[in-house]
Design a protein around this ligand. Structure first.
Ligand SMILES: Nc1ncnc2c1ncn2[C@@H]1O[C@H](COP(=O)(O)OP(=O)(O)OP(=O)(O)O)[C@@H](O)[C@H]1O
Length: 261
């Protein structure tokens, strides 16, 4: 039992979000294990992004608890405190410094994490440089460290931002549609990157691209109208009649070709 508790990194219980009388999320339960790569899917307006907003503290729930790392209820914490505790959020639009190099972007992310004194230190230690080089290799940009970040492709910018997040050493990464707008090749590489990250961290991905989900998900959570509709493997989710029903008219999302709708 104790072991089971320790393997849970995030537990959301009965989370409800009310926007002026409209319940975007209603009594949502969500449990994430350490090292999980979880996909959160559902039709438009299901409440997926709002759930990510709750977990990173951008939106405060009107009811419910979000327990991080077994003990802390983060609904009581401020957004920056939650980030410092180890929950990193990546939004759809990359927030990189376009005029700086790829290496400099990573350097800033690392120094931010270490605080203001480190940020003022002019010189990078050799171990810092090694850390950044290792990060560059992990995100597949080892040959582009000296490139201006603004000159990267869309997919590469997304990877750079993921690399910047990783240098802040989060325990959970929250990603909102990371492969939207990517080529097939970039999408595949992103899936492989997420598989590598989950060896050391936990990840929640909100995603509409069903082929991507099928290829890389082990467990999928389906939301509909602010509630949990179904949770299980992609096969289980696809076989579920209620899931098929909520996707009716959008069947291609669940069944067939790539969609980034
Ligand atoms: N700040 C807000 N004020 C009022 N309503 C909101 C606010 N943010 C979201 N909503 C509404 O809450 C519902 C859930 O939105 P949310 O963005 O969480 O859905 P989603 O599942 O992420 O959808 P999508 O896949 O289209 O991004 C929607 O009906 C949306 O219009």
């Amino acid at each position: 039992m104790k072991e089971q508790m320790e393997s849970v990194i995030l537990q959301c219980s009965e989370v409800t979000v009310d926007f002026d009388g409209f319940k975007a999320v209603q009594g949502m339960n969500f449990k994430l294990e350490k090292g999980e790569l979880r996909f959160l899917i559902g039709p438009n307006g299901a409440g997926k992004t709002t759930m990510l907003d709750v977990i990173c503290g951008k939106v405060k729930p009107t009811f419910g608890r979000v327990i991080f790392s077994g003990s802390v209820d983060i609904t009581k914490k401020k957004e920056h405190q939650i980030a410092e505790m180890g929950i990193g959020r990546k939004f759809q639009t990359p927030s990189i410094f376009a005029s700086l190099t790829v290496f400099e972007n990573l350097e800033i992310a690392m120094k931010q994490h270490r605080g203001v004194f480190a940020a003022m230190r002019a010189k990078l230690h050799s171990e810092d440089r090694e850390r950044i080089d290792a990060q560059l290799a992990m995100i597949g940009l080892e040959d582009k460290g000296e490139w201006r970040a603004g000159g990267l492709s869309h997919g590469e910018k997304q990877w750079l931002e993921i690399g910047m997040m990783l240098l802040q050493e989060p325990e959970i990464l929250l990603l909102d549609e990371p492969v939207a707008g990517m080529t097939d090749n970039e999408t595949e590489k992103t899936g492989e990157l997420l598989q590598e990250i989950r060896l050391t961290q936990s990840i929640v991905v909100v995603e509409h691209d069903m082929e991507f989900v099928r290829n890389f998900a082990s467990k999928v959570t389906v939301m509909h109208e602010g509630k949990l509709l179904k949770e299980g493997s992609m096969e289980e989710v696809q076989r579920d009649d209620r899931v098929a029903e909520v996707y009716l008219g959008k069947r291609r999302d669940v069944d067939a070709s790539r969609s980034t709708a």
